[in-house]
Write a protein that binds this ligand. Structure first.
Ligand code: NDP
Length: 223
């Protein structure tokens, strides 16, 4: 039977590439996006497309019934925003704080509990975090708010790995510095390389690595 995969935040960039690669590998893919034109493109790729804005309470709370009956082998929460491009300790506006934390932290906190019953035994659940969220590897203050949001996301994933331990292997990814709208054209790697690496990690990660943080190429990262 074809593998079932869920990609949350698949309109472009890393999420869209996950859809492309999983479809090319013959998986049944359920993918989410916010805009009608993006939903149409996902359908053209052969995915089941669901409208989902993780910052919208009504939209986000409807996910469980939309995926009722699915048993996902892999689920990846990709949706995220960078927020203000600061380079020092610049206090974010309350609006920027709310926007970034809602998308990067509250979004996964809304999505993950709704996935619990839709994960196949032994499933892999991943969030796309960032090395910028690592406290141990911290060497810069660029993107202060984004860093805080990804550190919080790593905490969210760690708790998910405890709560879902009987059901799934839960991991956090740094996707690399990737050429996307967010990563920019000067970034190190293309989306195909990043996503191929993360798919390999998802396919091979062992249960003892539940609750761990990985680079896209499988290297373990410090929190
Ligand atoms: P993009 O900016 O290209 O894509 C961001 C994606 O997130 C889009 O699909 C966007 O949808 C979606 N999204 C944003 N807000 C919401 C929301 N409220 N509800 C649903 N979907 C939402 O970024 P990337 O592909 O580069 O990044 C994907 C993930 O990888 C992010 O979490 C990012 O933080 C992380 N990351 C990226 C790095 C890089 O170098 N590119 C490095 C480290 C981490 P829409 O089109 O509707 O806006």
């Amino acid at each position: 039977m074809a593998r079932q995969v869920l990609i949350v935040g698949a309109s472009r960039g890393i999420g869209l590439e996950f859809v492309r690669q999983y479809r090319a590998a013959g998986a049944q893919v359920v993918a989410t996006a916010r805009k009608e034109e993006d939903l149409a493109r996902l359908r053209e790729l052969g995915a089941t497309a669901l409208k989902l804005d993780v910052t919208d309470t009504a939209s986000a709370s409807g996910l469980a019934w939309q995926i009722d009956g699915h048993q996902f082998d892999e689920a990846v929460i990709v949706a995220g925003v960078y927020g203000p491009k600061t380079s020092g300790l610049q206090t974010p506006s309350a609006e920027d704080f709310d926007a970034v934390m809602r998308a990067n932290v509250l979004g996964p906190m809304r999505v993950i509990p709704q996935l619990a019953d839709a994960l196949a035994p032994g499933a892999r659940l991943a969030v796309i975090s960032s090395k910028m969220g690592s406290i141990a590897l911290r060497g810069s203050t660029a993107g202060w708010l984004y860093r805080a949001s990804k550190a919080a996301l790593n905490s969210v994933l760690k708790d998910a790995s405890l709560a879902l331990a009987e059901r799934a292997i839960c991991i956090s990814f740094h996707p690399g510095w990737v050429r996307t709208d967010m990563g920019g054209s000067e970034a190190d790697i293309d989306v195909a390389t990043s996503v191929a690496g993360m798919r390999t990690v998802l396919a091979t990660v062992k249960p003892e690595y539940n609750g761990c943080f990985f680079n896209y190429d499988g290297q373990a990262l410090a929190w």
